[in-house]
Ligand binder design. Structure first.
Ligand code: FES
Length: 199
């Protein structure tokens, strides 16, 4: 029995149709897995067993392969997601410029431990992650996809305070589906993206 017949669809119909179209753009449908998982996570709020099974079936791989992806990238959550998800870079540039102190200050302020899964309905989660490509403005944190850079522990606490009070509003996470350049598929000799609907 396929996963799709046992797992309920985690996305609205029109989004499934959009992803069906994107699958034809690449030599193997697994190429869409990362953005597909983001989309499912945004809709379901998490990526549990059911979501994993559905995604695996949709792109033609096993749930274990999907699990491998989920556990490799920090931006996916298998359990409940906090409203604000703080990631502190702990790679060399950020660490040399005080990232560890930022983590300690945030743990103390928020009363949570870095790396612990969020509880249902939690306002914040905190994790330490590898380089996020902003080394020249270290140390830095990411909150729901928005970067805050050149921080001190005090600045980080102030930012979190302002986010909590709504003084800083974060841009919405992915709501529109990412566009794939129409000519991308030509290099693979498959159906050009965006044209499959017209056929
Ligand atoms: S080391 Fe922190 S962004 Fe690169």
């Amino acid at each position: 029995m396929s996963a799709s017949s046992t797992s309920s669809c985690p996305l609205p119909k029109e989004r499934v149709a959009w992803w069906e179209g994107r699958k034809t753009c690449f030599p193997h449908p697994r190429a869409i897995l990362l953005p597909l998982l983001h989309d499912i996570q945004d809709h379901r709020g998490m990526l549990g067993r059911e979501e994993m099974s559905w995604a695996a079936d949709f792109v033609g791989i096993t749930p274990v392969e999907v699990l491998g992806v989920l556990t490799f990238y920090w931006m996916y959550d298998q359990g409940p997601r906090a409203k604000f998800r703080i990631a502190v870079c702990r790679n060399i540039s950020c660490d040399l410029r005080g990232a560890q102190e930022i983590v300690k200050a945030l743990e103390k302020k928020l009363g949570i431990e870095a790396g612990k899964p969020a509880k249902e309905g939690a306002p914040f989660s905190l994790r330490e992650v590898e380089c996020m490509g902003s080394c020249t403005t270290a140390p830095m944190i990411d909150v729901n996809g928005t970067y805050f850079e050149e921080l001190t522990p005090e600045k980080a606490l102030e930012i979190i305070d302002q986010i909590e009070k709504g003084v800083i509003s974060l841009p919405p996470e992915i709501e529109t589906l990412p566009e794939i350049p129409k000519n991308l598929a030509h290099s693979y000799g498959t159906v050009p993206c965006g044209e499959e609907e017209a056929r």
